[in-house]
Design a protein. Structure first.
Length: 114
């Protein structure tokens, strides 16, 4: 894990807090890369994507805002670096929204209703 301390974006993250270690996380169906950053007091997620000009125009953030507005617990966005394609996100753990929906207490009822 420590060999990832030179991964893209880690120097940027280090300007906010001391980075203790970095863990590469499985990606989604896009070209984005994800890293779990361990700091002295908590963990964060670093998302690395292609550089962009306006964070407000990112579909990811539009969906994040929509879900947040309807009460779904989604990661907060702490910092953004458009020119390097970096977002520093809250770490909510390893359970994805899809897994939560699929394996939640009422998932068998939802599957039956589909």
């Amino acid at each position: 894990m420590n060999n990832l301390l030179n991964a893209p974006g880690i120097a940027w993250v280090s300007s906010f807090f001391k980075v203790l270690c970095v863990e590469s996380l499985p990606g989604d169906a896009s070209t984005r890369k994800y890293y779990r950053i361990r700091a002295p007091d908590r963990t964060y997620i670093l998302m690395k994507m292609a550089p962009f000009e306006d964070a407000c125009a990112l579909p990811f953030l539009a969906v994040q805002k929509y879900l947040q507005d309807i009460g779904v617990r989604v990661p907060r966005v702490f910092e953004v670096c458009e020119g390097d394609g970096l977002l520093l996100l809250e770490d909510l753990g390893d359970v994805t929204l899809l897994k939560k929906i699929t394996n939640g207490p009422s998932s068998s009822r939802r599957k039956r209703d589909l």
